[in-house]
Design a protein around this ligand. Sequence first.
Ligand SMILES: O=c1ccn([C@@H]2O[C@H](COP(=O)(O)OP(=O)(O)O[C@H]3O[C@H](CO)[C@@H](O)[C@H](O)[C@H]3O)[C@@H](O)[C@H]2O)c(=O)[nH]1
Length: 478
Amino acid sequence: MADVKNPNNHHHHHLHALLIPYPFQGHVNPFVHLAIKLASQGITVTFVNTHYNHHQINSGDIFAGVRSESGLDIRYATVSDGLPIGFDRSLNHDQYQSSLLHVFSAHVEELVASLVGEGVNVMIADTFFVWPSVVARKFGLVCVSFWTEAALVFSLYYHMDLLRIHGHFGAQETRGDLIDYIPGVEAINPKDTASYLQETDISSVVHQIIFKAFEDVKKVDFVLCNTIHQFESKTIQALNSKIPFYAIGPIIPFNLQTGSVTTSLWSESDCTQWLNTKPAGSVLYISFGSYAHVTKKDLVEIAHGILKSKVNFVWVVRPDIVSSDENNPLPESFESEAGDRGIVIPWCCQMTVLSHRSIGGFLTHCGWNSILESIWCEVPLLCFPLLTDQVTNRKLVVDDWEIGMNLCEDRGFVGRDEVRMSIDRLMCGNSREEVKESIGRVKMSLEGALRCSGSSERNLGLFINGLRAKVGLSNGKA
Ligand SMILES: O=c1ccn([C@@H]2O[C@H](COP(=O)(O)OP(=O)(O)O[C@H]3O[C@H](CO)[C@@H](O)[C@H](O)[C@H]3O)[C@@H](O)[C@H]2O)c(=O)[nH]1
C-alpha cells in the first residue's frame, strides 16, 4: 500500500490532481473546499482559476494561507477563459458561455501540457465542461467529473434521452403529466425539473453545453457529487449501476477560522457588528446567489413585502442583480424607510452571516450551496427559485424535506402582500417550529455523513482507493 503522506516512497502511486471548476462562484466555492479535502488526504492538488476570477478575487495565490497554516500541498495556476479581463461577463452572458463552450478547452490543454511534467495524473473537472474526457485522454490522466448540484438534477440531465422519447423534453408541445420512468427517481412533476428541461426553445448556448457535457460525462472514470447518500439514496444507487458515482458532500466552508481561503468574486461587507445588535432569530437573510438575475419588477415587489413585514433583514443586492447597467434597482426610499431594521450590502461572507445567532430565516434563490450552508446552520428557508437546478432544489426543500416554504405559490407571479405573508409565516408563523425540527434532523444527517464511519467519508475513501488503483494501472504498475 502506498503511503500518500510520503509520496517519495512510492512515487508511481502518488496522486496529483488538477482541479478545474466551472468559473462561476457557485462552482469555484465547492471546488476550493474539495481541493482542501483532497489535499488533507495527502493528495497533491493543483487548483486552476481563470485569469478573470483570479483578478476578481484579488488576493494572489488563494491557498497561500492554508499552505502555510496546514502544510497542505495545494498549488495554484491560472488560465484564460478566452475573453479579455475587462469584458463584462454578466452583461454578455451568452458570449461568455460560448467562450467556455468553444474556446476554453484550448487554453486548458496548453496549461495541462505545461503541468504533466510535474506529475499530474488526475483531472477533476466540472461536469458542465464539454471536454474533460477528451483532454484527460489526450494527456493520459484519470478523468473525474465533479457535480456541484443535487444527484436528482444530474439524473434528469443524464436521462435526457428518456425525457425526449416520452415527449417530456424537446417536443413542440411537451407533456405535463408526471415523469415516472427515470431509474431511481420518484415520479416528478415536469414543472419541478431544471428550468432548461422545461424550455421549448432548446437551441440556446446553455442547452448546447448541457447536451455536450452529458455526452462527455458518460466517458469519465468517476463522478463526485456534492450531496449525501441519505438525501438521495435511490437516485444515487441507480446512477451507480451506470457510472461510478460518489456522494461526498456536504462540501461547504465549515471552518471559518482555519478555512482562510478567499473565494469571493466581490468584496465582502462585514455585518457582524450590526447583527450583534439584533435579537436571536430575528433577522431574515436575503440573497439570490452569484449568477441569476432578478427582474426589477420582482425586486420592487420583494422590497415592498419586506417593508410591510417589519422583519429585520440583511439583503445582499449584488451590483448586477438586475443587470450591470442598472445601478439602483431598489425603490428610492427603501433604505430610509427600513431605517435601522435592515441593511443592504453588495456581498458578504455568507457562512459567517448564516451562522450568526440573530439570523432566523433565509430568503434564497435555492442555489445548491446556499441550501447546504443553510441546513448546516439550521436556518429555515424561504424559496424563490429563479432558474436552472434551483427549481428542482425548491421541490427537495419544500415538498420532500419540509425545511422551507415557498415565497410565492405561483412561480410566475411575485406580489408584495404574498411576500409579506410568507416572510411572517417563516419568521414567526405556527409552522415555523415544525420546519425548525425538520432542519435539525436533516442537519444531523449531514453531520452523520461526515463522521469517520459516515457515508460521505466512506465514499471519499473508496473514491481515493479507486483513483489510486486506476493511476497505478495506467502506469502498468498496479
Ligand atoms: O453574499 C454572498 C452570497 C453568496 N455567497 C456564496 O456564494 C455561493 C453561492 O452559491 P449558490 O447558493 O449555489 O448559488 P449560485 O451562485 O447561484 O450558484 C450556481 O451554482 C450552484 C451549484 O453549482 C447552483 O446550484 C446554482 O443554481 C447556480 O446558479 C455560496 O457558497 C455562498 O456562500 C457569499 O459568500 N456571499
